[in-house]
Design a protein around this ligand. Sequence first.
Ligand code: KMH
Ligand code: ZN
Length: 305
Amino acid sequence: MAKQARKVVITCAVTGSVHTPSMSPHLPVTPDQIAAEAIAAAEAGAAILHLHARDPRDGRPTADPAVFMQFLPRIKQATDAVINISTGGSSLMSLDERLAAATQAQPEMCSLNMGSMNFALFPMLDRPREWQHEWEPTLLEATRSTIFKNTFADIETILERLGKGFGTRFEFECYDVGHLYSLAHFRDRGLVEPPFFIQFVLGILGGIGTDPENLAHMKRIADKLFGDDYRFSVLAAGRAQMPLITMAAAMGGNVRVGLEDSLYDGRGLARSNADQVKRIRAILEGLSLEVATPEEARAMLALKG
Ligand code: KMH
Ligand code: ZN
């Protein structure tokens, strides 16, 4: 019998809280834009949609569940994609703020950040001030002295409220090798169940860099700690996005694209999230890899459906 092709799960992170509206005219910020971009990304082949919200008035990141509720039902109605709500929000939000939307929506999947760290956005200030909205420099500057706080107690709270409470499964965001050991600790305590969906996050200033050796090392250690009990995916910030996720696919992993992680497509700005999905899709097909449907992603990751 012919060997079944391995399927690759494409996650699309549609807007995030890292980039600011003046960096790209294509970054979706209103509920209409977020819904339209998410739906187009799903139509292009994204099985999982990783979602944040933005204040429709100025594009600033917001944790307000009422804003999430302006786009979530529309996305659910138009697609079968797995909804993944961020619990990372932004490093400037409190844990309660970060959990508010997920608590209300009780999605199939949420992100879960596996450690506290510096999370610098201030290098993005190296752009002409006149390009920037008046709130942007203050917000970016604030990340110089803010810790992205994800203590062991915070992680337990998220596991308790969302995992145990609603059967939500997680995209475990690991920004460095130590975060893999933290996840293994929660596994050893019986607080998380396989299969684990581990997102290797490369290229955030404060976390591991985008060197290919780092990706190989993250996988080596994850193999050691989790054996067959995990699936990995990769996101790489900025221009490293496509090269690193291509490497991930070649290594047997899954991929994350989206304007949350990179504003680029090739040499210029990505015109949409769907453009990035289409680009990685073409690369995957060139590698003779098949793209997983949402149903296949649900089965692979044991989601509640
Ligand atoms: N912005 C990414 C580097 C989250 O939303 O919980 C990581 C992320 C975190 O997506
Ligand atoms: Zn995110």
